[in-house]
Design a protein around this ligand. Structure first.
Ligand code: ADP
Ligand code: MG
Length: 238
């Protein structure tokens, strides 16, 4: 399961309201992209869903349970960070196994889950290496592996490809799309890149200054943008 509902969610930092009252429904298994210019509130929204920031008001409901007051660890969501956040002194295997060790899962089960994740991510031959001995794309895959083993209700990505060069970015874009097809788990993906949004999303959420300007499939947005902002944003490939 991975249904996420935002009900009249707002967020203010001090006197500045970054997210005005916002409603959004994400269905189980959807690949949803939050897109919009820098500073429009994409990361804040993702962090609210993850529980890394507290909402100022409103509710976040995950699979029918009000999760607004739950700490991040109890939301069953996996955030994949842009900066990888891998442990440099640990092997790939240990990095991927880390959340399971913390949860005190039996060793043989950990072994099996790490093996499966490594297989899905083409990391089987790299399990004994350290992050420093990997390419940027491989490091990104290890970060995703660490999320996969927890079998989350949804994966949350915050501009995961922005540290990668253009060719690798295209590759990883395909890999993440394939991962979604094989896992069929809800994914929320933040980007300021229109091409990523248009090529990866089932549903695009266009944000501008914390407001949702439009929600729809890539084709909906392309064919019938609600306003000039959406038209300009979606219609101007980089
Ligand atoms: P995006 O990810 O779309 O670039 P952010 O969600 O990071 O945008 O930021 C949205 C707005 O909220 C920006 O104006 C940013 O300066 C502000 N903001 C984000 N985090 C904080 C914070 N911890 N304290 C104060 N202001 C913040
Ligand atoms: Mg951001």
């Amino acid at each position: 399961m991975g249904q996420i509902k935002l009900e009249k969610v707002t967020k203010a930092f001090g006197n500045t309201q970054v997210i005005p009252p916002l409603d959004l429904e994400i269905e189980d298994g959807e690949f949803v992209v939050f897109v919009g210019p820098s500073g429009c509130g994409k990361s804040t929204l993702l962090r609210l869903i993850a529980g890394l920031e507290d909402v100022t008001s409103g509710d976040i409901v995950i699979d029918g349970t009000n999760a607004t007051a739950l700490p991040p660890a109890r939301r069953r969501l996996a955030m994949v960070f842009q900066s990888y956040a891998l442990y440099p002194h640990m092997s790939v295997k240990k990095n991927i196994a880390f959340p399971l060790k913390m949860a005190k899962m039996p060793e043989d089960k950990i072994e099996e889950k790490v093996k499966n994740a490594a297989h899905i991510l083409n990391l089987t031959d790299y399990l004994e290496r350290r992050p420093g001995q990997l390419s940027g794309g491989q490091r990104q895959r290890v970060a995703i592996g660490r999320a996969i083993v927890r079998e989350p209700a949804a994966f949350l990505f915050d501009e995961p490809l922005s540290n990668l060069d253009a060719a690798l970015r295209v590759n990883m874009r395909l890999e993440i799309s394939e991962l979604h097809q094989s896992l069929k788990t809800t994914m929320i993906y933040v980007t300021h890149d229109q091409v990523e949004a248009m090529t990866m999303a089932d549903k695009i959420v266009v944000l501008r200054a914390g407001n949702i300007e439009q929600v729809g499939s890539p084709l909906d947005l392309y064919r019938s943008p609600n306003n000039l902002f959406v038209a300009g944003f979606i219609g101007s490939p980089k």
